[in-house]
Structure formats: C-alpha cells, structure tokens
Write a protein that binds this ligand. Structure first.
Ligand code: PLP
Length: 375
C-alpha cells in the first residue's frame, strides 16, 4: 500500500508535473517575478470561476482578512463577531487591528457559526460578522444576511477552507462560497483545496469602490507610484505561485469530486457505528471536504492519534483549543463553559487523511483501524 499522508501533494503534483514545470519555468525565464502576466491571468480566471467582479490576489489568507477589515474602514473599538471554533488567523487580525473580537458559538453538526448566537451578540458597536466556512461547507448565510441588513453590518467570509463550495439559497439558486457577503477571503496555503507551492491568498468582492480600496491597500496604499493615499501593506501573490494556481484551478472541480468520493467511502464504513458521528451535510451548501472530521464522544484524541500513527495513519485534531481558551485571547468577558459546543468539539473531533489522491485500499485500511481502535 502507498504510504498514507494527511495531504498528499507529491502524488497530486506527479499528475500535473509537465504543466506545472512548464508554467514555473516560463516565469523564471520571463524574470517577471512580481506582478507578472500570470498574476493577472489567474485573477481573471478566478473571477470567472467564482462569478465575481473583482479578485485581488495577496500574500496569504491571514493578510486577506486583515486587508478586508482595513478596506471596510473598521476602527479600534468596533466589534467584529466571529466564532470561537476556528483557526487563529480569523481572530488574530481582528485583535491586531485594535478591533474587538466578539466570539459566538458554533452549531454541533456543521461546526459553523450559529446565527441565533450572532443575533444575541449584536451591540451598537457591532460593525461586521465573519462567518468561517469551516472544513469545506458554507455557513448558513441567509440568516446572517438578514441580521447584517437589519443592523447595517458588513459580512466578511473567511473562505480559506471552502473555495469551490456552492451556497444554496432557499429558492434553490446557487452562489460560490465567499461571494455572498461584502468581501470574501481565501488562502492558497499548500494544503488548502486550491493550494499553491508556498504562500498565497485572495480577496474578492462585487463592489467596485471596495475593490479599488483593496487594490490600493495591498500595494502600500498607492495608486500613482510613490503617492500614498492611505496606509497600506505589502501583500502580493508571487508570479510563480499564480502560474501554479492557474494550472490547479483548472482541476479544482475534479479535486473536489475526488475529495467527495473519499468522504462517501469513509461515510459508508462508519455508517452504523454506535460511537462515530460522520460529518453532517447541510441543506444550504455543497461540501468540498477541506477536512473530513469525525466526532467521537468519550475518546482520548491524542491516544487515538498516537495509536493510529503507529499503524501509519496520520490524523489531526482541528482544533484542540477554542479561541476563548487560548492564552493570547483570554479576556475577562469570557470563561471556560461560555461556548459549550466549541468546547465539546475541541474534545471530540478528529480529522482523517483527506486529499485528492486517496485510494480505496488506503481508505479501507484507515476505517478498519479506526473501528478496531474503538472496540
Ligand atoms: C488557513 C486559514 C487561514 C489563513 O490562511 P494563511 O494563508 O495560512 O494565512 C485563515 N482562516 C482559516 C479558517 C484558515 O483555515
């Protein structure tokens, strides 16, 4: 059996090696390492894929979130609502900008933000909601849109994990994850569903004026060279990374299909297991399985990780500590017990190997060993 990896980027590369090598060599020979033509080309391709007017490439997903909040003119003291069960970047940028992160709980089945808790967290200082489309499935956007309209709030979608997923509105229409709120943010970190071979990210919006601001901020607040109209940052997608992403974007739907197939095979193996909860599929989103995450009551996740590791099966715990219990984000407003679902999830989740190259033999070996471990 081929060795099992959490994410197998080598086997994926092997299948597109000629295209990737050619694309990278072209950039090297062109010497246009910054803002080369491949960046514009990828930007346009991603705009088409997402069905959105403006994509602004940037250095990584964390920058994307920070730049989005800067462009919306959020000011110290403004409150931004997000979840306690997420990757740290979401909360980090809010804190870095001097804004106040207001945490809310998630729903136990989808791991995504609970719109009812968002309602309760609104104050006169609330300026934005940041739903995180965790593990590859959209948050329930329609109730969030209603709340945002009622209170005049921005929605910034943290779409680092769900690029390519479709949100399904109640009337049946579909729209790509990240294109529903005011601004969408994504990451091209190598292990993400559309990953480059280093760091990369993008911000997207349909709003022309906002797009101008975003373009200016990523480039030192500059429109005319050496004239700086606002405080900006330096956050760019390298030309080499854009060339790689251009090749991989063409395969993104096939990649999602491979992930879904693997997920269905996992589902079937665990279907009647008394202790294993397989990932729920929500009515209002397709799933692109950035992660395939089980919930198992009463397990010692780290023991399970160690024992499976000894059998050559890597598994990960995303995420073991909710944000309100992190040292850096402790706040007198919060105490353990405040977000019971996030806390429960942090003790019961386990993410299995999930990538585009898993084969049946590997999946069956993984599921058999998990079932054996739980005996
Ligand atoms: C990966 C990730 C980010 C940050 O992306 P980077 O490119 O690593 O900076 C932000 N939010 C979530 C939910 C992520 O998974």
């Amino acid at each position: 059996m081929k060795p099992i990896h959490m994410v197998d980027l080598k086997s994926q590369y092997d299948k597109i090696q000629n295209e990737i090598d050619t694309a990278v060599l072209e950039v090297i020979r062109s010497t246009q390492y910054i803002n080369g033509s491949e960046v514009k080309k990828f930007q346009a391709d991603l705009e088409d894929y997402l069905g959105i007017k403006h994509v602004i490439p940037c250095g990584n997903g964390t920058d994307a979130l920070q730049i989005a909040m800067m462009a919306l003119g959020l000011k110290p003291g403004d409150e931004v609502i997000t979840t306690s069960f997420t990757f740290v970047a979401t909360v980090e940028v809010i804190a870095l900008l001097g804004l106040t992160p207001v945490l809310v709980d998630v729903l136990p089945d989808t791991f995504n933000i609970d719109p009812e808790s968002v309602k309760e967290a609104i104050t006169p200082k609330t300026k934005a909601i940041v739903p995180v489309h965790l593990f590859g499935q959209c948050s329930n956007m329609e109730p969030l849109i209603d709340i945002a309209n009622k209170h005049n709030l921005f929605i910034i979608e943290d779409n680092a994990q769900a690029l390519g997923a479709d949100y399904i509105f109640k009337d049946g229409t579909k729209q790509k994850a990240g294109t529903i709120g005011t601004i969408g943010c994504t990451s091209f970190f190598p292990s993400k569903n559309l990953g480059c071979y280093g760091d990369g990210g993008a911000i997207y919006t349909d709003d022309d004026e906002l797009a101008q601001k975003l373009k200016m901020i990523v480039n030192h607040g500059m429109v005319v060279r050496y004239h700086h109209d606002s405080i900006g940052v330096n956050s760019r997608l390298d030309t080499i990374q854009a060339a790689i992403l251009g090749v991989k974007l063409r395969n993104l739907n096939d990649y999602a299909a491979s992930r879904r197939k693997a997920a269905c095979r996992y589902d079937r193996a665990f279907a009647n297991h008394p202790r294993i909860n397989t990932p729920a599929r929500s009515k209002f989103s397709t799933h692109v399985f950035h992660q395939y995450t089980l919930r198992i009551e009463g397990i010692d996740q780290f023991d399970m990780q160690k024992k499976l590791g000894e059998k050559g099966i890597p598994v990960m715990i995303y995420y073991p500590v909710p944000m309100h219990m992190q040292k850096a984000y402790q706040d007198k407003r919060y105490k353990p017990g405040d977000f019971p679902v996030s806390e429960m999830l942090s003790k019961t989740v386990i993410s299995l190997p999930m990538h585009t190259e898993l084969n049946h033999e590997q999946i069956d070996y993984i599921t058999e060993n998990i079932i054996e471990y739980l005996k």
